[in-house]
Design a protein around this ligand. Structure first.
Ligand code: ADP
Ligand code: MG
Length: 233
């Protein structure tokens, strides 16, 4: 097991301390995250809840190395993201982190299979047979009979399955899902949650933002963001 914590027993995939993030809107500095502390252990499934506009996606983007904090520390897999170059950030994003979004974010003109392989064109781990892995992943999410379909020819739940397969193509240890069932009916949402549960059982770390209190039962732990701070209720 990789040791991100210099010999300490607990392996934290994420260590965030006193993170602050504000946005400049016109002349005004609008504070969104005022002081966030969050640690996530390897293999944990953490749900993040909070009112709309509270900064959940903002926090997720920083965990996913898509954005940087104004101040405070964000350490992902032992690496402090404020100290990484753009190239190092891209590698961390590409190899270690899989993203799943509410609106699926698939390329409409590409087939399901081509969408799944997309992340490997810019970044792929040496020695991995991505052609076979793409097929295996579509099978894993129950879409082996839909590989050639394009997103407009798929249902919402099927599109999200393609997006999950795409998130897994580079075998990330950390999966970030921002309201992955937000655009799905509840039955389809449960099917997607079952896929996350299987990934969690296989040892992946999962962070999921959700509005739906029923979905928090899938998580080991729930954290709440409110008024710029994190709490446990
Ligand atoms: P949540 O995901 O919890 O609904 P977000 O993280 O998307 O909230 O947004 C938090 C707040 O930050 C919102 O008020 C939003 O308008 C604001 N915000 C997000 N991104 C930007 C940006 N790029 N510029 C200015 N304000 C932003
Ligand atoms: Mg959001």
């Amino acid at each position: 097991m990789v040791d991100y914590n210099n010999g300490s027993d607990e392996v934290n995939v994420i260590n965030i301390s006193d993170l602050k993030k504000s946005y400049q809107v016109g002349d005004m500095e609008v504070p969104i995250l005022k002081s966030i502390d969050l640690s996530v252990k390897k293999g944990e499934f953490v749900a993040i809840m909070g009112p709309s506009g509270s900064g959940k996606s903002t926090l997720m983007n920083m965990i996913g190395c898509l954005d940087k904090p104004n101040c405070g520390q964000v350490i992902i897999m032992g690496k402090e993201i404020n100290k990484l170059s753009e190239v190092e950030l891209a590698r961390l994003r590409g190899f270690e982190i899989g993203f799943v979004f509410q609106t699926f974010n698939l390329i409409p003109r590409l087939s399901a299979y081509e969408n799944v392989l997309l992340p490997t064109y810019s970044n792929s781990k040496n020695g991995v047979d991505t052609v076979q892995r793409g097929k295996d992943l579509l099978k894993l999410v129950g879409l082996d009979d839909r590989m050639g379909h394009r997103p407009p020819e798929l249902s919402g739940g099927q599109r999200q399955r393609v997006a999950i397969a795409r998130a897994l193509i580079n075998d990330p240890s950390l999966i970030l899902a921002d309201e992955p069932t937000g655009n799905l009916d509840s039955k389809t949402g449960i099917e997607i949650m079952n896929i996350f549960t299987d990934l969690h059982k296989k040892g992946r770390t999962i962070i999921m933002i959700t509005h739906d209190p029923d979905l928090t039962e899938y998580a080991d732990r729930v954290v709440y963001i409110k008024d710029g701070y994190i709490g446990n209720n």
